[in-house]
Design a protein around this ligand. Structure first.
Ligand code: SAM
Length: 335
């Protein structure tokens, strides 16, 4: 069933932060202004008193991947804070962004930039520090490190050396958008950012066209309308959702078809803040009650066996192999 245009979730009266950096290929600015934190008092209380949670052991040496909020400072986990308090150093994308998070929670730790522009150069030193037994955390500006953010090569390098890597999981824009989209969450493909150029974008979308899965895509606000239009053209006018400013004060999830969403943002202009697009799987083929033998016989008179099978498979959703075997049998009967 299609949802009505502009079916949006309620805005949440919660504190927020800006989600600044990203791996958006076009590097377009798209962050919103930080919102004032509202839970500062609690932040100074030791974790065990504040929450009843306390770690059972000391933090072990190694690389600790810590997820950070995607807009709401309250979304850091207790264990994430504990890790950040107990490491020797925190590797981060933008030291200013991470310094704000740490200041809010009263954490004072050395910060070391680790981003696309210095990763190759600083990685050997980081691995050396891990070999010496240091405890290091890796965070990104927002969300789960490595997910369209730096860290993959560092994790690979650490694993290759047999060094310990652990994670304090937490916020992720992709999964938050998926769960709010109202679209099937059972099988999904996270595609990161699509190429910014239309031709390359359409080629990429073409690869996913037949996939029986919900798709999750990061997109910059300025390309949103064009991307949605391309998605409708290549994937068909599927149900979709645009999740914007997740966990922030102006959180919004707009659910409609791809074409209607594209039209909305074409006329309304680029939205403020960050967005995730979630696209439903191809619509289930309508149950067909055709006489397959009759249709195959008729088509085999006009088409090659291969074309007849391919067309009928596309039209009915029936398996090619089944149709191929049946078409072959009919052809032999007729000869
Ligand atoms: N590693 C991050 C994560 O796990 O969420 C994603 C980083 S990626 C560089 C940034 C992209 O995530 C943005 O361009 C946007 O598509 C999405 N994003 C991040 N925060 C968001 C938010 N609060 N609301 C909607 N989308 C968000």
């Amino acid at each position: 069933m299609r949802r009505t245009r502009g079916d949006t979730s309620a805005a949440k009266p919660v504190s927020g932060r800006d989600g600044t950096a990203g791996r958006d290929p076009s590097r377009q600015a798209r962050s919103s202004k930080p919102e004032p934190p509202q839970i500062a008092q609690k932040a100074k209380i030791p974790l065990s008193e504040a929450s009843g949670w306390a770690p059972l052991h000391e933090l072990a040496p190694g690389l600790h991947l810590v997820a950070t909020p995607i807009g709401n400072l309250g979304d850091i986990t207790l264990r994430g804070l504990w890790v950040l308090r107990n490491v020797d150093r925190i590797l981060c994308e933008d030291t200013r962004v991470t310094a704000r998070l740490l200041a809010h929670y009263g954490i004072d730790k050395p910060l070391q930039p680790y981003h696309d522009h210095n990763a190759e150069r600083v990685r050997p030193g980081i691995i050396e520090a891990l070999r010496r037994g240091e405890k290091l955390a890796l965070v990104s500006d927002a969300g789960t490190p490595l997910v369209s953010d730096p860290g993959y090569k560092l994790v690979r390098a650490a694993l290759a050396e047999g060094l310990a890597v652990t994670a304090a999981p937490g916020p992720s824009a992709a999964l938050t958008a998926l769960t709010l989209s109202g679209l099937p969450p059972d099988t999904f493909l996270f595609a990161g950012f699509l190429p910014p150029r239309p031709a390359a974008r359409r080629r990429t979308l073409e690869q996913w066209r037949r996939l029986e899965a919900t798709l999750i895509v990061f997109e910059g606000p300025s390309r949103l309308a064009a991307s949605l239009a391309d998605m409708a053209a290549v994937l068909g006018d599927r149900d979709a959702a645009v999740a914007r400013e997740l966990t922030k004060r102006h959180e919004e999830v707009r659910r409609d078809t791809l074409a209607a969403l594209g039209e909305h943002y074409r006329t309304a202009g680029p939205p403020r803040g960050e967005v995730v697009i979630v696209i439903g799987p191809p619509a289930a083929k309508a149950a067909v009650s055709v006489d397959i033998d009759a249709v195959l016989r008729q088509r085999l008179r006009q088409q090659s066996l291969r074309d007849a099978v391919a067309e009928l498979a596309e039209e009915t959703g029936l398996g090619r192999q089944v149709l191929y075997r049946r078409a072959l049998a009919l052809q032999q009967e007729g000869s």
